[in-house]
Write a protein that binds this ligand. Sequence first.
Ligand code: MG
Length: 312
Amino acid sequence: MDKREFLKRAGLLTAGGVVAGSMSPLTASNMVGSLAAKKQVGLQIYSVMRELNADVPAGLKKIADIGYTNIELAGYGNRKMGEYSVEDYRKLADDAGLKITSSHVNPPTRNITKDKLGEIADFWKQTVEDHLKFGVKTLVQPMMPQMETHDDVAVVCESFNKAGEIAKAAGIKFGYHNHNMEFGRIVKPEDKDKPRNPWMPVGDVIYDMFLEQTDPSLVFFEMDVYWTVMGQADPLEYFSKYAGRFPVLHIKDRKVLGQSGMMNFKNIFNAAYKNGLEGYYVELEGLNEGDKTQFQGVKECFDYLNKAPFVK
Ligand code: MG
């Protein structure tokens, strides 16, 4: 609803403008602002972990007060969130007015081999059970497993598909979050000694193999756009080449969003919306000692997105 439409519906608009005397245009415009749908901006809580852990109930309230509507967890382990049970943590988030919509969880090993697939599947079953209590929509594996060969990649993708199947049965989507290493390549043994142009990279990009060897109905990709760029890849190329695989993003910059000049968030959001973006999480890393606080940093990130006309 645009401003004019709102005023019409509120009965405040005459042919000449806002009803004289009943409300100043300024007040009316404030009302439009406050009644307009609030942007749904999510936060990956890793961004404020140090300061949040000092006082979780107060910290969660601070996140909500800044304007964030939902959070993605980091730190689930041993069926708990730090010192809190799943139920207690959910209650703290509810009390703060925050929805827990996602969670980053790594399987018990980074060395995913055939013989460990059963153990890993059991881990995901347990994890999904706990995450139903958090009320998440997505569960995301955030760290790259160890891989040296194409066969290793195939087993890792098998584990992703299995995790996706387990999560899907419970109504949760399973995803994978990247850093920059996923844009590294693995060379087939038979290609290792072939003559090659030294300027041309050889081998297959790990991230592409993940995308191609996972079932789109079971595994989505939570692209971290900053780490993608750091991997010398272009988020937009991926959105078009693998359309529909990136319903959730990590919106991250070198430090505070929009300040490095290296991330074109306008292009990223425009393309992501066209590609079915359902949600995103702000992530802040890289603050040095003596910089602003983590909470100040995530407030500046929120303000950047809240003001950005390209963010719906
Ligand atoms: Mg990230």
